[in-house]
Write a protein that binds this ligand. Structure first.
Ligand code: SAM
Length: 224
């Protein structure tokens, strides 16, 4: 995996390497063990994905505002998500809720082709710009991710980055037979992080912990 180099950050020298290393140490201290996940955090320039006003906080293990009432998730939460998906490097992945694009970049470091959907056009635009400045070319759709992106299905892994009241049926249909999905399920503001697998008998769901994500808004989510 190639680091984003000494030139990550709109033409300036990457002065953030030490901060990234400290963040990786914190993730390790909190129990993240997957070396590929830790490596993805050590090479992905989070400072490119947060607004200027909070750039000095880019490598805190904290959720930060990204505008339009949305947040870039806490790195530890994202690391847990990614560790749970257990990506090996060649999977086709669908992400619902691009937000800043940071988790999209982490997925690109860990998997094969990544497809991402964001419902808020302004966020999609700035995420696409940040991904480009990080040297990544990711397929992005602006729309309702609860409907999935059938043109590129099936997906080996689906990551939903917003909390919904139910598992959107189109996402189950678009999951490959051996695929796995991770989605926060429950009420607005309080969900269970849930792993979903397709089985011969239907769908198997396994709750793996509490979560607090912004609402998944859409046809198979909450009303806007
Ligand atoms: N992981 C992201 C990051 O690294 O910045 C943060 C994602 S943020 C917690 C959740 C995102 O899901 C928001 O940007 C929100 O607009 C988006 N969202 C909510 N409902 C959606 C839907 N139905 N389809 C696509 N995006 C949706």
């Amino acid at each position: 995996m190639t680091p984003f180099g000494s030139d990550a950050g709109a033409g300036s020298r990457d002065t953030y390497g030490g901060y990234r290393a400290r963040l990786v140490d914190q993730l390790r201290a909190q129990g993240i063990r997957d070396l590929a996940v830790l490596q993805a955090f050590s090479v992905t320039p989070r400072h490119l994905f947060v607004p200027e006003a909070v750039r000095h906080r880019a490598y805190e293990d904290a959720a930060l505002p990204i505008g339009n009432g949305q947040t870039i998730s806490q790195p530890f939460t994202q690391a847990r998500y990614l560790e749970t998906l257990g990506l090996k490097g060649d999977e086709k992945v669908l992400e619902v809720g691009t937000g800043s694009g940071y988790q999209t970049a982490l997925l690109a470091a860990l998997a094969g082709p990544v497809f991402t959907i964001e419902r808020v056009p302004a966020l999609a635009k700035s995420a696409q710009a940040a991904l480009r400045s990080a040297g990544l070319n990711v397929s992005m759709l602006v729309g309702d991710g609860t409907l999935g992106w059938s043109a590129y299905a099936p997906y080996d892994a689906i990551l939903v980055a917003a909390g919904g009241p139910e598992i959107p049926p189109p996402l189950v249909e678009q999951l490959s037979s051996r695929g796995r999905m991770i989605i926060p399920l429950g009420a607005r503001g309080a969900q269970k992080l849930t792993v979903v697998r397709r089985t011969a008998g239907g769908v198997q769901t396994t709750p793996i912990g509490d979560a607090r994500f912004v609402p998944l808004v859409g046809e198979h989510g909450f009303d806007g």
